[in-house]
Design a protein around this ligand. Structure first.
Ligand code: NAD
Ligand code: TYD
Length: 348
């Protein structure tokens, strides 16, 4: 049986990846290592909790002894590394935490993998999950490709860029088999309601104001989270060692236009008059150093590995809004902090 270590598996994207691997690969033993920070929520994985090929480990990727112990207890064949501090606004107020988790934590994993795998690299893979934000900010034209130079501009993207550099350095210096993918903004179920889409769905439902940074003209390229998880599956199994893959759905939206789609979808579901909630839009002070535009060219992934997004954006947004409607308890637990008791009830 292959042991695959997935880090950050209790978070938004990680929980979708863990579920996909546990359900689709009964011959893999999936070890989900997560520190359960504010963003980690084991309720996300209730449905697979008892599966025989799944083990949850509460722990910090920065903990040297723990990571060494994991590599010596299990013959780990692959690492899919998602654990990170992920929110740009938090990185502006607490950059040191981002360096600790995203840079040092990644290095700690790389070091353990290098030392454990050094005598036999056959069939091993360290797959690092990164972001398109490492490339910086675009003007009105053009796309990020795999050869775009790094130019990170926020403490979050600088920490992710640094971790990407270390991953490549371990490949170059020690021959560690690595792959990196850089994905655009994700949306879908189980996203912590601090990021734009879940925050605004929740606020529209509760008639709370919608804080639009600046003029709402910044552009983001949105991908349904399940499509990102599918891409990770394809890249993990078919990607070329040493390569980078950009992941995105050619789906750019100006923030204000996206917000109007959210308003329309939520108002319709609530039986409100079309556009009724537009009055909630409140323009607020812009985010410091706010990147203007991200846009990913994912042609390499399509041409070489055959991956394409499965959903049109409007369908993805409807599914997402529907999920937040049907899972008000999840949102309430997350906003009240109640979800953090789940680990104690289930595992202690
Ligand atoms: P998230 O914040 O929802 O989840 C992060 C997870 O990592 C949480 O479960 C948290 O408990 C865990 N974690 C944090 N610090 C840890 C530590 N020190 N040790 C162990 N676990 C720790 O993040 P997400 O949005 O799911 O992002 C996952 C990964 O994908 C990140 O590496 C992020 O940079 C990358 N990414 C995210 C997006 C996006 O739109 N959300 C886009 C591209 C790439
Ligand atoms: P976010 O979801 O934080 O993702 P990222 O900063 O990683 O792209 O933000 C998406 C866009 O929405 C970004 O341009 C910032 C903007 N935004 C707002 O206008 N208001 C908000 O309250 C938030 C959280 C984001």
């Amino acid at each position: 049986m292959k042991h695959i270590l997935i880090t950050g598996g209790a978070g938004f994207i990680g929980s979708h990846v863990v579920r996909l691997f546990v359900n689709n690969y009964p011959d893999y033993h999936i070890l989900n290592l997560d520190a359960l920070t504010y963003a980690g929520n084991l309720e996300n994985l209730k449905d697979i909790e008892g599966q025989p090929n799944y083990t949850f480990i509460k722990g910090d990727i920065c903990d040297e002894d723990l990571i060494k112990e994991l590599f010596s207890t299990y013959t780990i064949n692959g690492v899919i590394h998602l654990a990170a501090e992920s929110h740009v606004d938090r990185s502006i107020t607490d950059p040191l935490l981002f360096v600790k988790t995203n840079v040092y934590g990644t290095l700690n994993l790389l070091e353990a993998a290098k030392n454990s795998w050094k005598d036999n690299l056959e069939g091993k893979l360290f797959y690092h999950i990164s972001t398109d934000e490492v490339y910086g900010s675009l003007g009105d034209d053009g796309f990020f490709t795999e050869s775009t130079s790094y130019n990170p501009k926020s403490p979050y993207s600088a920490s992710k860029a640094s971790s990407d550099h270390f991953v490549r350095a371990y490949h170059n210096t020690y021959g560690l088999p690595v792959i990196i993918s850089n994905c655009s903004n994700n949306y879908g179920s189980h996203q912590f309601p601090e990021k734009l889409i879940p925050l605004f769905i929740n606020n529209i439902c509760n008639n709370k104001s919608l804080p639009v940074y600046g003029k709402g003209e910044n552009v983001r390229d949105w991908l349904f989270v399940n499509d990102h998880a599918r891409a990770i599956d394809v890249i993990f199994h078919k990607g070329t060692v040493g390569d980078t893959y950009n992941i995105g759905g050619f789906n750019e939206w100006k923030n204000i236009d996206l917000i109007k789609v959210l308003i329309k979808t939520v108002d319709k579901l609530l039986g409100r008059k079309e556009g009724a909630s537009e009055k909630l839009i409140t323009y607020v002070t812009d985010r410091a150093g706010h990147d203007y535009r991200y846009a990913i060219d994912s042609s390499k992934l399509k041409n070489e590995l055959g991956w394409e997004p499965s959903l049109q954006f409007e369908e993805g947004i409807e599914k997402t809004v529907q999920w937040y409607f049907e899972n008000k308890d999840w949102v309430n637990n997350v906003t009240s902090g109640e979800y953090q008791k789940y680990y104690q009830q289930m595992y202690e």
